[in-house]
Write a protein that binds this ligand. Structure first.
Ligand SMILES: Cc1ncc(COP(=O)(O)O)c(C=O)c1O
Length: 263
């Protein structure tokens, strides 16, 4: 396949990403004050674009950020029209100073399984469910998990309730055999991949303790960039990775959503 052109649109003006310039001051950069989304594009067609724009609109409203949805949507389509049916990511950013960014990014290659280390994390009430530009804590959690010799972090509340990974949702099959994931109200992102799986399979949502995950017979991470990725261990406690019927069923559920929701 041809190499993906790395392009950025800033308020509709498209340049190679390495030449893209943002005037300062902009609190989007200086204070992480803004909102973002990452969408996946399959063969030039964005997946679940309406849901991503809906969530961005909710994030923007939650932090009183101006959000010109029609302009952003136009700019996404204009950027995609310059590309040759790419498989890529599109990052959308709205900054406090009113700049809209749309950037092409290459897909991230994820291995088939992932090991997790727990990191204690308190969701901030104000930014709950908001995909704000203030993601430094999430990024640091991943570095802490890597320093502990694993691939990714599993965020756990100080009261022992399992949250999510820094950029993905955790699903697991409980010792009682139920496919579970944490409810949004517990302080996790309303993930679009999560919603697609919940819509098409039987999933129990709630607040569950870490012990439930440590005793799981299957677990997986779900996100725009990972789709469905099996979890092989949590804090060194192995989780079987195959054959994993509920993981396979969820991957099929996501594939069905893909058929339905490509633009
Ligand atoms: C904290 C967090 N949880 C979950 C997800 C997965 O969300 P989605 O399925 O919409 O990509 C993300 C996405 O980046 C995230 O940042």
């Amino acid at each position: 396949m041809n190499e993906l052109p790395l392009l950025t649109s800033i308020n509709g003006k498209v340049t190679p990403s390495e030449d893209a310039m943002l005037p300062l001051p902009d609190d989007g950069l200086l204070r992480g004050d803004g909102a973002f989304e990452v969408m996946r594009v399959y063969g030039g067609r964005p997946f679940a674009m309406a849901e991503h724009l809906d969530r961005m609109e909710r994030s923007a409203a939650a932090i009183e950020l101006a959000f010109d949805r029609p302009a952003l949507e136009r700019e996404v389509r204009e950027l995609l029209s310059r590309l040759d049916r790419p498989d890529c990511l599109l990052r959308l950013v709205c900054t406090r100073s009113g700049r809209r960014l749309v950037m092409t990014e290459p897909l991230i290659e994820h291995p088939p399984t992932v090991s997790l280390a727990t990191v204690t994390y308190s969701p901030t009430n104000i930014l709950n469910r908001v995909k704000s530009l203030s993601y430094a804590a999430n990024m640091q959690a991943t570095r802490m998990a890597k320093a502990a010799g694993t691939d990714e972090a599993l965020l756990v509340r100080p009261d022992g309730i399992v949250l999510e990974a820094p950029t993905s949702t955790l699903f697991w099959v409980s010792p009682a055999g139920n496919l579970r994931t944490t409810e949004v109200e517990a302080g996790v992102l309303d993930s679009i991949t999560r919603a697609k799986i919940i819509d098409r399979t039987e999933v129990e949502t709630g607040e569950f303790p870490l012990a439930d995950v440590l005793g799981a017979s299957e677990a997986f991470l779900a996100s725009t960039t990972r789709e469905v990725q099996a979890v092989s261990s949590v804090d060194g406690q192995e989780i079987p990775t195959g054959p994993s019927p509920r993981t396979i069923e969820s991957a099929h559920a996501f594939a069905a959503a893909l058929e339905d929701d490509l633009d």
